[in-house]
Design a protein around this ligand. Structure first.
Ligand SMILES: CC(C)(COP(=O)(O)OP(=O)(O)OC[C@H]1O[C@@H](n2cnc3c(N)ncnc32)[C@H](O)[C@@H]1OP(=O)(O)O)[C@@H](O)C(=O)NCCC(=O)NCCS
Length: 197
């Protein structure tokens, strides 16, 4: 355990699994992601890249094999301070979210996080639930801040993060190549638990 007072994985997700009802009445289960999700994620993730221009991969760019995805999940979950979550509706993965701290001692007090919801499920309350789980995870891990990067024109996501207590920290200009060939800004937003400036 190299993270000082930061809690280890075993105690980080006491709020999972979480069952709740979506706004459309369907039942949803949010649980920790396992290596067994790899095969379905290799279909789920490329689909999300086709549905949204607000994600890190351009359409068609994701080319991990199931074994590589399995290894990615294994490595992520083995980090001293990390979380990965899968949201399941009617037996299929409809959203994922995760976060992790760097392992260097200078940086273990914070974590970066991210999430994606299948378009068919936008507006059903999943994003808010998943972000709530990430914030709760970070709080219980004893982190000082949880941050994320969001494209500057992703107003829907930015509104969600602001409503959960995230504030803008800075803007990386011309940071990201968009689907239409233009370059856009990336906004860094953080939720401070301790030492908010
Ligand atoms: C951004 C994203 C994660 C939000 O997830 P979601 O499940 O749609 O969000 P929710 O249903 O929990 O809604 C959260 C908030 O979004 C806003 N929202 C929801 N539906 C909306 C709509 N149709 N139009 C505009 N805003 C909407 C509301 O402010 C809502 O707040 P409320 O809970 O008080 O109603 C999801 O749309 C997504 O995955 N988008 C593509 C990828 C992406 O942008 N990921 C984030 C990268 S930083």
């Amino acid at each position: 355990m190299k993270t000082g007072s930061i809690a280890n994985n075993a105690s980080l997700a006491p709020h999972l699994p979480l069952k709740f009802t979506l706004k459309d009445g369907r039942e949803c289960l949010i649980r920790e992601m396992t290596e067994d999700d790899a095969e379905e994620l290799c279909e789920f993730l490329p689909k999300t890249h086709l549905e949204s221009d607000f994600l890190n991969y351009l359409p068609g760019e994701f080319d991990k094999t199931i074994d590589q995805e399995r290894e990615f999940i294994r490595e992520h979950n083995a980090k001293p301070c990390s979380i990965s979550m899968t949201a399941v509706v009617e037996g299929r993965i409809v959203a994922v979210a995760g976060g992790a701290s760097p392992e260097q001692r200078r940086y273990v007090h914070h974590a970066e996080c991210g999430l994606v919801v299948l378009k068919e499920f936008w507006g059903a309350g999943l994003g808010r639930r998943l972000m709530g789980c990430l914030v709760e995870w970070a709080r219980q891990a004893g982190l000082r801040k949880l941050y994320l990067k969001v494209f500057g024109d992703n107003s829907r996501a930015i509104r969600l993060y602001e409503s959960l207590g995230f504030v803008g920290e800075g803007r990386l200009k011309g940071d990201v190549l968009r689907g239409d060939g233009t370059y856009g800004d990336t906004l860094i937003m953080a939720h401070f638990f301790v030492g908010e400036p």
